[in-house]
Design a protein around this ligand. Sequence first.
Ligand SMILES: [Zn+2]
Length: 112
Amino acid sequence: MNFLEIMYPTLVMCAPITLVIIIGIAVTALWLKIMDKNIRACPECGRKAAGTIVETEEVLLSSYVDHKRRTPVRVKKLKIIDHYQCDFCEHTWERSFNRTEPVPVKVTPRGK
Ligand SMILES: [Zn+2]
């Protein structure tokens, strides 16, 4: 029995799993690309993937310390506003979404 004879069944078993993982990654990447194109579509001229982020604004919505966790964590709720500009017609628009980020209390510098 040589090395290849031992490895062959293992490779045969691994091949479908590897294939599924590769397809999964490819589909996810493609989906993200399509989503990105739609997100950056210009509302004025309708071209896909035309928008470029020219400015990102962060607005602090709320900030509180969560004591329910084992180590207290400051929870910051931010509103992220992305300002887009169309590469073709120079139309500008904005998209916003909320983001919650936990910040360890001890690390947070004061007055920032
Ligand atoms: Zn446009």
